[in-house]
Each structure stands twice: as structure tokens, then as C-alpha cells.
Design a binder for this molecule. Sequence first.
Ligand code: ADP
Ligand code: MG
Length: 600
Amino acid sequence: MSAIRILPDRVANQIAAGEVIERPVAVVKELVENSLDAGATSIEIEFRNGGKSYIRIADNGKGMDEDEALLSLERHATSKIRETADLNEIASFGFRGEALPSIASVSRFTLRTRTEACAHGTEININGGKLLNRKECGMPIGTMIEVAQLFNAVPARRKFLKTDPTETAHITYTSRLFAVAHPKVAFRVIDSGRVVFQSPACSDLRDRISEIWGRQLADDLIPVDWTHPQKGFRLTGLTAKPGVGRSTRREVVTLVNCRPVDSRTLGFAVLDAYHGRIQKGRYPPAFLFLEIDPSEVDVNVHPAKREVRFRDDGSIRRFVIEAISEALNGSEAAKAASSQTTPAPSKRTTTSKAPESPKPTPEKLPNRPSNPPPASLLKPSLAVVDTPQKAAATERPPVAASQQKPSSQWKLLNLMRQRYALFESSKGLIILHIRHADQRVRFERIKAQFQVGSVPSQQLLIPEPLELEPLAAAALLQSLKLLNQQGFQIEEFGRNFFRIETVPTWLTIEQAEPFLRDFIDMLRQSRFSSGKDPMVWDAIARLAVNGSYQKDDHINELTVQELAEALLRCETPHTSPFGKPTFTETSWRDLDLKLGDVQS
Ligand code: ADP
Ligand code: MG
């Protein structure tokens, strides 16, 4: 008896399914790509439970007749490629003919489809790869595919799925990318009956981004359009104004020949182009379309991933940096020119990430207008050292800790390199790391305020508008009550619109919007399911101390002495909230030993 045999199709499909569809978002991706390949101008994506229990994709593409519909579920059935030679010039998205049979082999699968030539549609039901029935059905031209109970029969795969919110986030993110890549196609995305976003066909990319991510983000972008004179590469799209940054790379979107891709080459090139124009560790929102001869790029690295490789990585990288720099220089020059006649109106720029205040090289920016005051985030640092002017400027009530002044056991000897402070005590010598110490002091102060629930706050003269994309808005809504008990007053003001009316005094007005955006990102990325998790406040306090003392902040001996005293009153004085040491101590005894002074 031979041990080698041809696998039954059903098994082969289930194996292929493991490769092609790792998780629900891959189903969405395959089905939407099929819809696009079918020439759809309107696509609806509906799902529940992160796609695990239900996914439905409906399109108005050309549809399939009954024979085509049956064939589409056969392995390696594809209408898109005939010979291997075609592989080098693939214009369509799918070409393996694997997706439909694979998906149908690991779910309860329903296909309904109709072509223009046919008066009725065809419905096919499959369960775990087994054809249950096929029948005529009434239906408009196009295709609808339902995928229910994904991986139910394949526990080994189901085990690897993440929580519903995580899978949901993947699906909505991927849907957004499709919508950006195909502005001329109308999209509607529905999660458990709730519309996540919808956008009609848009002729303009900025409109599309505005529909999907909100007007505020769209307004923060400038156009890019640059062509390589010899190689014919072209980069178009919209990219962040200098100084505009986000805490995640989620809005750094790169597309190659209209296909959203993950590419280290492109990602790094974008970051490089913003070097010196954005704070380190932040990411410029950017929606960039690279057009390139398909033979220059390999999109087929992994069937389920979006990675691409370029034949000539170095040229692409240099080209992208040049294209974005060109756009940024253009925008800066235009701004400089306009500032000579009118004062820079840019409220938006000043309220954008304060610590990202661009530090452009002077030669690139001859006449920079009165731009973001550098790093206002950094000012209200040193928790205990509110000078009278500062207190007046921000209405900051005196901090409890600074009211009593116990005589310090540490005596300041010297400030060193704007970074360290040298102290002596009866026990030895201490070197304090000013920034780490300041972070610790701020952290405990803010946390203490959270705990007692009395957070001193300040009202904004003019409420600050905050527009969010729908998922972010939903995340904020969940935490709104808590935020509003903690020194904020944020009002919902129309769909996905909010108004920040009051902020805690530990935030400056300029920090409010960037802080809230980071906070929402944190909520959405992190393990917290909602703002009700007490750990959230720990994390918030950590976020809040981001604005602590920086090397180039002004600092004097009195404030450092006070900082040391405040640090010594902290619950956990030895480390910053991020786990870095706040000071190091060398005892007199150790010094004596080291220096051979043995009598003492
Ligand atoms: P591939 O896309 O690689 O060809 P699929 O398994 O995804 O393989 O699809 C198989 C075939 O089914 C496609 O080549 C296409 O002819 C047909 N098909 C799939 N989805 C649709 C759709 N939404 N509208 C029209 N035809 C479709
Ligand atoms: Mg396909």
C-alpha cells in the first residue's frame, strides 16, 4: 500500500487556508480584492465579533453566472491568469485562485452572485468545504459573500485568533486602506450593526481622507507630486505638514501601484524625510502613492501579507526622501512668503504637537514665521517649582508638596551639564538625574490627584475642537465620563466631534489636543479594554510626564534643590515612572575605601 497519495481537495483547501487566511482580516482582504477585480464601484463590508462569527462583503461588480460561480470555488480556478508568463505583469489583485475555496473550507460560506446577462442570481452554500446546495435567487447585479463561524471547525487555528477588539481593529484598518487606495469606489464598513465609516466615491484624495480620518487630519496634510526624471518613478499623495506627528505609525500609509503595502524601505524613507521636522519617536501622517513599473517590484512575498520588495531599494529610498523634502520645502517657503504680508494665523500649527516644534535647518527656512513656540510641553515641568509668573500664567494652584519645606538631607553642590545635579549628604555624594527625578515627581503628583479625584483644572477661554475618526471617537466616548471626573471637561459635539472645554492644570492648553490623541491611541493599542481599568490612570500619568524637564530647559539651583526634596517625599523615589534610575549615591565609606583613606 502506497503511503503517498493525492490529498483530497477539501484537505488541500484547509491546508491552503492556513496560509492564505491567517485571521478574519485576511478574508476581508481577499474578498474585497475580488470585488475590486470585478470592477465594483461600491463595496460594503460588514462583520461581527472581529469577523470571527460573521463577515459579509457585498459588491456591485460584474458578478458570475452559475457555472462561473461553481468554478470559482474550485481550487486553482481563476479568471485572472492563464500562463506563468502572466505572473510578471499582474494587474489584478488575486491570481492564485485559492481564496474562495480556502475560505469556504473553513467556514459556513454563502455566495450569491448575478451577472447582467442573467435574470436571476445563483446562491451556493458550503459548510467546511462541503457543498450543501445551490439554487437560484433574486439579487441585484454583483456578488455577496457571507463567511460565518470562521475556523469553528479548525480549533487549532481559532486558538491563534486575538480578542474581538484586536481583530476588529485589523479589519477596520484594512478597510480604511482599501478606501484610501480606491477613492473612486464607495465604501461602507459596518461593525455589529454600527457604521464605522462610509464614503461615497471621491474624486479627491483629501476628501477621502477627511471622510475616513476626519477633517482635522486632512487639513494637516500637504500635497506631494514628484517624478523621477530618468527612472519614471512617481510619488503622489498627501503628507504631514512639518511638526505634525502622531504617536503611532498607523497613519503612515504607503501604496505601491495603488496597493497598500508594508515596506521598510518606504517607511524609513518617510521618517528620514521628516528628520529634524518632527519630534523623534513620532510619525508623520502620510498617504503616499508610489507608481513604479511592476517589474521593479515583487509583491508576491507572502500571500497573506502586504510586504513588497523593490529591485532597486536604494534608488527608491532616495527618490521618496527627495519627493517629500521637495513638498515640505515648498510648503515652508510658501508659508514664509505669506508670513511677510499676513501674520501666521496657524492656530492649528501652534496647537499641534508642541514638543514636535520643528527644528528646521536655518538654510532651508530663511523666513520662518512665528511658529510653534518651542516645546511649551516642557515648561510646566518641575513639579514643585512653579514660579509666581508661571502660576499666574496657567492659574496653577500651589502644589501641596511644595507647601511644606522640610529641610533637605541633601545639599546641592553643583549643577552639571544641564542634566545632573551633585548633592552631598551626611552619608555620601549623590548624583541626581534631573529629568528622571522630575518625571517621578510629576508622576506621583498627578496620580495622587487622580486618586483623590480632585484634579485642579483650568477652563479654556475658547474651547478647543477635537475631531476624531469614528473608532477613535468611540474609544474616547467610552472614557469620557472618567476623563470628565479627572479635571477634563470634554463635550461631544456632533458626530465624531468634541470640544475640550477644561483641562487639568498638569496639561497646558497646547498640550490638550495632542495629549488626548495619544491617550486614545494608547487606549486602542493597549491591553485596556476601556478607560475604566485603573491601570489606565497609571498609564495616563506616564503619558503626562512626557513633558518633563529637558536638557535645554532653563533650570536653576533653587528649583533643583526643591526637586530633590520633592523626590525624597515620593513613594518610589529611586526610579522614574519608566524605570530609569533617578539618582546614584556613593557613600563616604565607599569613597574612603576607593581612595585608600582607611583610618576613618
Ligand atoms: P483569484 O482572485 O486568485 O482569481 P479567488 O479564489 O479569489 O481567486 O476567486 C476565484 C475567481 O472567482 C476569480 O478569479 C473570479 O473570476 C471569481 N470571483 C471571485 N469573487 C468575485 C466577485 N466578487 N465578483 C466577480 N467574480 C468573482
Ligand atoms: Mg481573489
